[in-house]
Each structure stands twice: as structure tokens, then as C-alpha cells.
Design a protein around this ligand. Structure first.
Ligand code: ZN
Ligand code: ZN
Length: 258
């Protein structure tokens, strides 16, 4: 049976109780890690997940809490004598950044016993990872404010949210977003699950969007800072019982059958 395993549920702030946000989609034939920020190797280790069993890594964007853990993770794979190809899935504008990051970490392809396959994602083009998993990327507004800085015009500011198709279920993963409109990016698909970050939006924005749209059957909060506890509790206590059941505050290690 397929499942989602929350590897980290923290925000960009380093925390002793949550690793940075990342989760694993595990099916009978494929393990897809979604985001791999700083410390992801230790997060996997602490949950007893063998890093050599990860088949592919999908990236939302290039803030350090979402991608810089990949170099250390590949070092672990190398030390555990991985032989199987590793797939990387990332927006076409960011492929070279990841490649160069690994080369600049002295992870030269000639010196590795496994190959890395780079798969370019493009907006609104569904990418089929295998028969069980596909991903539909769409840009969100998380990086829009910094994309307007004239000195950095040459950089890519790609930041994706994903609709993940896993067997017959649809999961909307917001990644990091910019405003409440981003919550509705995949509304026409009526996702079964919404995994939403809560650092860059107000929890009341989720309620406002719920007025407009069902959003999803179940809504998981992630990207949670240590000081968010009170904010979430206040939010949940104001809700009617039928709505409270819709929300889950994700913790590191939480497993959800799909
Ligand atoms: Zn983040
Ligand atoms: Zn971010």
C-alpha cells in the first residue's frame, strides 16, 4: 500500500523538535522524496529510513531548507555503496543549479558508482514518474517579491507547487507559497489531500479559501516553527467539530496511508 511519510515538518528556522519540511511518497515500487533541505540525511536516519532506498527526489524551490541537504544525502548514498540510479525532478530552469551544486561539492559523476538522472519539469506539463506516480507542477508566488530585484535578474526564481497523482489519489503539496490564492492552484482537481505550509500564509486564509472551495478531504499543516503552536491551537479551537476533523498538524515521522 502507498503511504506518505513526513520526514520533516519544520519551517526554515532550525529546530530541535522538527527537521525542515520534506516527505516521502512510498509505493510498492518507488520511493519519492519531496524536498531535501539542510539535515535531511539525519532526518531520514532518525526515522529508520534507508537513504539508499530513495529512488527519486523532487524539488519545489531552492531555499536552503528545501534543497541543500541533497549534497550530504548523496554522500551518504555513496558511502553505503548505492548502485541504483537516482532520479532528480526539478523545474527546467533549476537543473543546472542542482548539477553545479553537486559538482561544487566534489560529487563528480565519474567518481560515483551510481548515476543521477536529471528530469526537467515544466509548468502545467504532467510528468509521469512511473505507472503509480505522476506530478503536475505549477508556479506559485512565494519568490515573486525577490524576483523583482534588478541586481538578480539573471537568476531563476522558479517556485513550484505540485499536484501529485499517486495511484488513484491526488495530493496538492503547496511547498512554500506567497499568498492565499496559491492554495487554490489545483482546485479543479478536487485533491484528496492538501499538504500546506503555514509559515507564509495566515491560518485564517485557509478558512477563507475553504469558504470558496472544499480545498481537500484532509488538510495537513507542515513547515511549522516552534512558536507556531499557540497560533495553531487558537485556530483549531475556533472551528466547529466537523471542520476540526479535516485538519492534521503533521509531526516528523507521521505516516498517512494513501
Ligand atoms: Zn521553506
Ligand atoms: Zn522558501
Amino acid at each position: 500500500m502507498a503511504e506518505i511519510i513526513f520526514i520533516g515538518t519544520g519551517s526554515g528556522k532550525t529546530s530541535l523538535s522538527r527537521f525542515h519540511s520534506s516527505f516521502l511518497i512510498s509505493t510498492s515500487r518507488y520511493n519519492l522524496l519531496v524536498d531535501a533541505g539542510d539535515g535531511v540525511s539525519k532526518a531520514l536516519l532518525s526515522q529508520g529510513i534507508d537513504c539508499t532506498k530513495i529512488d527519486g527526489i523532487l524539488f519545489t524551490h531552492l531555499h536552503p531548507d528545501h534543497y541543500t541537504g541533497i549534497a550530504a544525502l548523496i554522500v551518504q548514498m555513496k558511502m553505503y555503496n548505492r548502485k541504483d540510479q537516482l532520479d532528480i525532478f526539478v523545474n527546467s530552469e533549476l537543473v543546472d543549479v542542482i548539477k553545479n551544486f553537486l559538482i561544487n561539492s566534489y560529487l563528480f559523476p565519474e567518481r560515483m558508482e551510481f548515476s543521477i538522472s536529471y528530469n526537467q519539469l515544466n509548468d502545467n506539463n504532467q510528468f509521469k514518474i512511473n505507472d503509480e506516480i505522476n506530478v503536475l507542477p505549477r508556479q506559485n508566488t512565494h519568490l515573486t517579491p525577490i524576483s523583482e530585484l534588478p541586481e538578480y535578474k539573471r537568476h531563476s526564481f522558479s517556485c513550484s507547487s505540485f499536484l501529485l497523482g499517486v495511484e488513484d489519489k491526488h495530493i496538492h503539496y503547496t511547498g512554500d507559497i506567497g499568498n492565499k490564492d496559491d492554495l487554490l492552484l489545483f482546485r479543479e482537481f478536487n485533491p484528496d489531500f492538501l499538504i500546506t505550509e503555514i509559515t507564509h500564509i495566515n491560518l485564517s486564509d485557509i478558512l477563507d479559501s475553504l469558504d470558496e472551495d472544499n480545498l481537500a478531504e484532509k488538510i495537513f499543516f507542515t513547515h511549522i516553527s516552534d512558536e507556531d503552536g499557540e497560533r495553531i491551537e487558537e485556530f483549531l479551537t475556533c472551528l466547529p467539530d466537523n471542520l476540526v476533523k479535516k485538519f492534521v498538524i503533521a509531526q516528523d515521522g507521521l505516516k498517512i496511508p494513501i
